[in-house]
Design a protein around this ligand. Structure first.
Ligand code: ZN
Length: 70
């Protein structure tokens, strides 16, 4: 049991709150996570390829070892 005793200054009263339940809003996490796959062949780590990120024009492009630009 939780209790809070609060004294009111003006009217010389005491307030007792008990059995307090604090309601917390649950925060849902939104994520845009996707599997890292090659932008060209759409294959990834599951296919035994290595995937490398390359920033091109402020966007991250992913390329496998076969399609990585030279
Ligand atoms: Zn590829």
């Amino acid at each position: 049991m939780s209790q809070i005793l609060v004294s009111k200054q003006k009217r010389n009263e005491m307030l007792l709150f008990q059995d307090l339940y604090f309601i917390h809003k649950t925060v849902s996490v939104k994520s845009s996570v996707t599997e890292a796959v090659c932008n060209v062949c759409k294959k990834g780590l599951e296919d035994g390829l290595s995937v490398t990120a390359l920033p091109i024009e402020n966007k991250i492009r992913l390329y496998c070892n076969n399609h990585f630009p030279k």
